[in-house]
Design a protein around this ligand. Sequence first.
Ligand code: SAM
Length: 258
Amino acid sequence: MRNKPILAIAAMVALAVSMAFGAEEKAPGPAPSSQPAAQRGPGRQGPGARPRPGGPALGAAEESFFLSEPMAKDDAEKKILDVLTALEPQGRRMMNVPREDGRLLRVLTEALGAKQVVEIGTSDGYSGLWFCLALRTTGGKLMTHEIDPQRAALARENFQRAGVGDIATVVEGDAHEKVKDLKGPIDILFLDADKEGYLDYLNKLLPLVRPGGLIIAHNINPRMADPRYVEAITKNPDLESILVNSQATGVGVTLKKR
Ligand SMILES: C[S@@+](CC[C@H](N)C(=O)[O-])C[C@H]1O[C@@H](n2cnc3c(N)ncnc32)[C@H](O)[C@@H]1O
């Protein structure tokens, strides 16, 4: 009997905790965004707070709990990071991946020791530069495809400015045609162009992706992804697909099994 108040308090605490965390787990995903993280400011609910679907806004202290910024290990890395930072104010107009997605691309590329990365959708070269950060250490190359001549020229300029002109090649033209000239093995295929074209790119290039290689697709979210592509990467026993950054842009990471 003496334990009754304690049990009641414990039950209330458990209920409060489950409401705080359980609601968040069960909440439906937010409206996905393809905008750079730094530019998703308008959604904020006051200083340092970010709206969370189905849950309370994150306060500044919680948000800064795990703040990490890329730190240049050497001058060459600094040169690339400086160009990336300079490009970020135009990120929305250039439809660049958010910085955190770019960092993910770099980490995966470097961890895989990638020698050949193929990108579909160059824009001004922002995501390509994240690949180059890794490729300069793996000794690999980037082949990136862009249909818009002005963006292709801008990307070439940015690669030169960052000192990676010898690592990145911009292929100008419709990638649906141009990829027919590619030769394998591809370590990483990154899709970030016409969303309705992802399935065609996958069908054409999957045979060239080496076993153990990755197909990474940007904007895999209900608003933007082609359901046929999602089905192709999730219903094929030769592939293992996971969704990263699902609360924002949605990055589909698919492993071609060995
Ligand atoms: C989302 S942007 C790419 C952003 C880039 N990956 C980044 O994060 O910096 C998509 C780009 O794909 C290009 N694009 C669209 N359709 C294409 C096609 N069929 N072939 C080649 N490029 C295409 C567009 O011109 C645009 O620059």
